[in-house]
Ligand binder design. Structure first.
Ligand SMILES: [Zn+2]
Length: 259
C-alpha cells in the first residue's frame, strides 16, 4: 500500500495506474521493448495525463513509477519526471481529441524492416487495413526532441500507427488496450511480411480488394479523423503548414517555456 501513497494523497486515479502497469509488463513480455525503452500514457481527464516516469523498466513498474501531468507536461503528482519522449504524447493529445492513450515501443521486427527500407504500405494482409490503418513513416529526429514532436504532427493527426525512422513505433487508441493492440498488431504484421519475404516474392493486396477493405474500415469507424478531418480526407500533401501546425505549435511552445 505504501508504494501508492503519493498518488493516493494527491490525485484520484480510479485505479487507472493498473492499466499502465499491466500493459507495460505485456510490452516487455512480448519483446516490444527492452530495458527502460518505451513509454505509455493515458488521458484521465480534460487536462490530466497519467504517464510512465523516465528511466523506469516498463516491464516491472509500480504505481510510484507513474506521474500525472497536465497537457503542457507540468507535473501534477508523482515523485518522478515524465520521460522527455512525453512531448510526442502531448502533441498527439493536442491534435487528436478522439484518443485517450498513446503507446511508444521499439518493436524489433518493425524497426528492422524500417532500417532495411522495407515498407509496410501498401498493405499485404486485410488485418493491416481493418485494425491498424495505414502505417505512417516519420523522418528521423533525435528521440525526445522538440524537432521529433514537430515532424510527427502531420502523421499524428490522421494515423493511429507511425514508424519513427531508426527509433521505434507510436500507436494511438481510444483506450490503452486499443493503442497496445495496434502496437502488437504492427509487430505481428512486420514479422509475417518478413517471413513471407524470406520464402519468396510477396505482393501487396490487389487494388480493388484494398479499396473494398478500406470501405469496410470506413464504415466500422465513421468517427475517425481519417473519415471526418478535411486535412486527412484530402491528403496531407495538399495541406498548408499553417492549418496543420497551430495546435501542436501551441503545445510545444508551452512545453518549451517549461524546459
Ligand atoms: Zn523511444
Amino acid at each position: 500500500m505504501g508504494a501508492y501513497s503519493g498518488f493516493m494523497n494527491t490525485e484520484t486515479m480510479d485505479g487507472r495506474w493498473e492499466e499502465l502497469i499491466s500493459i507495460g509488463r505485456l510490452m516487455w513480455e512480448r519483446s516490444l521493448i527492452a530495458g527502460t525503452d518505451g513509454n505509455l500514457s493515458l488521458r484521465i481527464g480534460p487536462d490530466r495525463i497519467l504517464a510512465t516516469a523516465t528511466g523506469v523498466p516498463k516491464g516491472r513498474m509500480k504505481a510510484d513509477d507513474l506521474v500525472v501531468i497536465d497537457a503542457s507536461g507540468r507535473r501534477i503528482s508523482g515523485d518522478r519526471d515524465a520521460s522527455s519522449e512525453i512531448r510526442v504524447h502531448l502533441a498527439a493529445y493536442a491534435v487528436r481529441p478522439d484518443i485517450s492513450a498513446v503507446v511508444h515501443a521499439h518493436p524489433p521486427a518493425a524497426l528492422a524492416m524500417s532500417l532495411a527500407g522495407i515498407e509496410m504500405e501498401p498493405p499485404f494482409i486485410p488485418e493491416s487495413v481493418l485494425s491498424l490503418g495505414p502505417v505512417a513513416r516519420a523522418e528521423y529526429r533525435t528521440p525526445g526532441s522538440m524537432e521529433l514532436a514537430g515532424v510527427l504532427e502531420e502523421n499524428l493527426r490522421c494515423h493511429d500507427a507511425i514508424m519513427m525512422e531508426r527509433h521505434g513505433a507510436l500507436t494511438l487508441g481510444r483506450s490503452l488496450e486499443e493503442a497496445y493492440n495496434r502496437m502488437e498488431s504492427l509487430e505481428h504484421t512486420a514479422k509475417t511480411i518478413w517471413m513471407a519475404r524470406a520464402l519468396g516474392p510477396v505482393e501487396p493486396l490487389p487494388a480493388p480488394e484494398l479499396h473494398r477493405l478500406e470501405d469496410l474500415a470506413r464504415k466500422a469507424a465513421p468517427e475517425h479523423p481519417r473519415q471526418r478531418d478535411p486535412v486527412c480526407r484530402r491528403g496531407l500533401q495538399d495541406t498548408g503548414p499553417e492549418e496543420i501546425s497551430s495546435l501542436v505549435r501551441d503545445v510545444l511552445a508551452r512545453v518549451r517555456e517549461r524546459s
